[in-house]
Design a protein around this ligand. Structure first.
Ligand code: FEO
Length: 175
């Protein structure tokens, strides 16, 4: 039964592969943010620790969204092996610089997926990834605004504590 359904609904191998790559990227992002959460917690940066724990949850949700989409289209989803998750980070600011780099990388990946969708004329998948492209605008925005706090407040004295206190107030309203 499943095979008959697959004949009607399959996605191309190319799209299946690039989506499974993205599943792995989102899974790695989830593990990375959890590691950042633990590091911030260890540094006494409680709000940053909560911020990254939430980010980690969101990335897992992203991973599952794509994972389920592949299956729902009759493809084969792959539960990814997650390796190279750091334990230590150089600095508070460095953690957010790495976050911005990570999100810019993800945006680039989704642009590549969009390009591939056009190439193979898979407009259903193109439509599916619109949510992720919009999400990337928010994720990059928040990382950039938090990085600005480091410039505006500075880390000297009680600066780190102030940054930690303010970063949870950074939100994206889309305007
Ligand atoms: Fe799922 Fe932050 O990209």
């Amino acid at each position: 039964m499943k095979d008959l359904l697959k004949l009607k609904t399959s996605i191309s191998e190319e799209i299946e592969n690039i989506l499974n790559e993205q599943v792995k990227i989102e899974g790695h992002a989830s593990a990375l943010y959890l590691a950042m959460s633990a590091w911030c917690d260890d540094q006494g940066l409680d709000n940053a620790a909560s911020f990254f724990a939430k980010q980690s949850d969101e990335e897992r949700t992203h991973m599952l969204k794509i994972f389920n989409y592949i299956s729902n289209r009759g493809g084969r989803s792959i539960s990814p092996e997650i390796t190279n998750v750091p334990v230590d980070f150089d600095s508070f600011r460095g953690v957010f610089e790495q976050t911005l780099e990570q999100e810019m990388f993800v945006t680039e990946q989704f642009n590549k997926i969009a390009e591939k969708c056009f190439k193979v004329k898979d407009f259903v998948t193109f439509n599916f990834i619109q949510w992720f492209l919009a999400e990337q605008v928010e994720e990059e925005y928040v990382a950039r605004r938090i990085l600005e706090l480091f410039d505006v407040i500075g880390e000297e004295g009680t600066g780190r504590w102030e940054i930690d206190r303010h970063l949870v107030k950074v939100t994206f309203d889309g305007e």
